[in-house]
Design a protein around this ligand. Structure first.
Ligand code: AMP
Length: 426
């Protein structure tokens, strides 16, 4: 027997209603904020991610699924994140010629060779947005507001939003030097990975979870103190927008994105219901990415990404799916006699063509078993048909929840079922 590969999961029919509910809510909210969907290929050139995510990151260093389809072809990689692909698509198709600001969203599966654990898979799903072309604090605030509105609409209300500012590239460079000067006298006490980061990317030492380093990290100079006036004003403006939108936040000085092309706003949404893997979503401004991907012009951009599996774990813990019913048939046609078979299958087909979700037994089971199945599926009505019904052309329609039964013509039944659907949609 074959089984799913470590770190991957089947999404079975018993779970799919959760995904549909989330995806429908996402599409509705993204559109409300003026975002259009983009779908990019599952694999791209490895170099796109090496440059777009950064050689010093764990993702590029050890988590990518890379392969060469032919010996002579460039190395390809299953996408481990979406931002580089979306920016590549934006540049390749000159989307800035169509509109100065392009607002894109995605719902995509990603691949990372991480050690699987609760909330961490090797194939997982993310949704997110990229607002490309605008370099205003309002676009940073809009991205955060969009993310928070989505989580709130889905019922995840008590998570913590952390924000920070990385300033402009000059402020970052100044801070990098300050950090190196601070850590230098303590170099021997750093762990191996932090020693490497001291050279390659000292900001990422602040990400360390090593308990022995926490006091040293706590006392490190703060990025915010290295910001120049313009960067400070930008950050203040983002904060006042968030306050105007009544979005609560905390400033977290340790929230740094280690890559050179990030600038200004960085943010993270921390879930209260998750264990070790508690980041629900993260994002920030990445003005420098376009140039790293080969664009002559700087194309400013800001975005966020959130994991769907972690969202589902959170929503399960908060019992947010209990009200959402899996797709259930409006009517289940129950056969009392074999003679009714031809009529019943034809009627079910007609119902379906007319827009009524109708179901019928394909196992030739007893009437009792058919009724049990109708209940299991959560059908609203059962239509019972036997010899008497066929002769009189009047059929028994039973509403399962109330057990109320009526005898009606097929035409009246159709009208009733269509009305029931309309009531559900309303
Ligand atoms: P990142 O792209 O690493 O900033 O992650 C953004 C979000 O994607 C996280 O907050 C998680 O919700 C989710 N995520 C990241 N890695 C994984 C993974 N291996 N498995 C499941 N979800 C993940």
């Amino acid at each position: 027997m074959f089984k799913t590969i470590k770190g991957t999961k089947d999404i079975l029919p018993s779970e799919i209603h959760k995904w549909h509910y989330i995806e429908t809510t996402l599409r509705r909210l993204f559109h409300r904020f003026g975002y259009q969907e983009i779908r990019t290929p599952v694999f791209e050139e490895t170099a796109l991610f090496q440059r777009g995510i950064g050689e010093t990151t764990d993702i590029v260093g050890k988590e990518m699924y890379s392969f060469r389809p032919e010996e002579s072809s460039p190395s390809l990689t299953l996408r481990p994140e979406m931002t580089a692909s979306v920016m590549r698509a934006h540049l390749q198709h000159n989307l800035s010629n169509i509109s100065a600001t392009t607002k894109l969203f995605y719902i995509s599966e990603l691949f990372r060779k991480e050690r699987p654990q609760a909330g961490r898979q090797r194939q997982f799903w993310q949704f997110g947005s990229e607002c490309i072309g605008s370099q205003t604090p309002e676009s940073d605030a809009e991205t955060i507001a969009l993310m928070m509105t989505i989580f709130k609409a889905l019922g995840v209300k008590h998570s913590t939003l952390k924000i920070n500012s990385l300033g402009d590239p000059e402020s970052r460079l100044k801070y990098r030097e300050q950090l190196q000067a601070y850590f230098k006298p303590h170099f021997d006490t750093l762990d191996d990975i932090s020693k490497v980061r001291f050279e390659t990317n000292p900001l990422r030492i602040l990400d360390s979870k090593n308990p022995d380093l926490q006091t040293l990290i706590h006392d490190a100079p703060k990025l915010i103190d290295a910001l120049d006036q313009d960067s400070m004003n930008y950050f203040q403006h983002v904060q006042s927008c968030l306050k105007a939108y009544s979005i609560d936040f905390e400033i977290d000085h340790r929230l740094v994105r280690g890559l050179d092309y990030y600038s200004h706003t960085a943010f993270e949404l921390i879930g209260n219901e998750l264990g070790a893997q508690n980041a629900l979503a993260g994002g920030g401004r990445y003005d420098g990415l376009s140039k790293i991907l080969g664009s002559k012009q700087l194309v400013p951009a800001v975005g966020f990404a959130a994991g769907i599996e972690r969202l589902i774990i959170t929503m399960d813990k908060l019992d947010l799916f209990s009200e959402i019913k899996p797709n259930a048939p409006t009517v289940y046609v129950v056969l009392q006699t074999k003679e009714a078979k031809t009529w019943a299958f034809k009627t079910v087909h007609q119902f379906r063509v007319k827009g009524i979700a109708a179901e019928i037994d394909l196992q030739e089971r007893s009437m009792k078993a058919q009724m049990r199945e109708a209940n299991r599926l959560g059908a609203q009505y059962v239509l019972i048909v036997g010899q008497r019904e066929l002769e009189s052309q009047m059929y028994a329609l039973k509403h399962l929840e109330s057990s109320k039964q009526e005898t009606l013509s097929l035409e009246d039944i159709e009208t009733k079922l269509l009305n029931a659907i309309e009531l559900c949609i309303a």
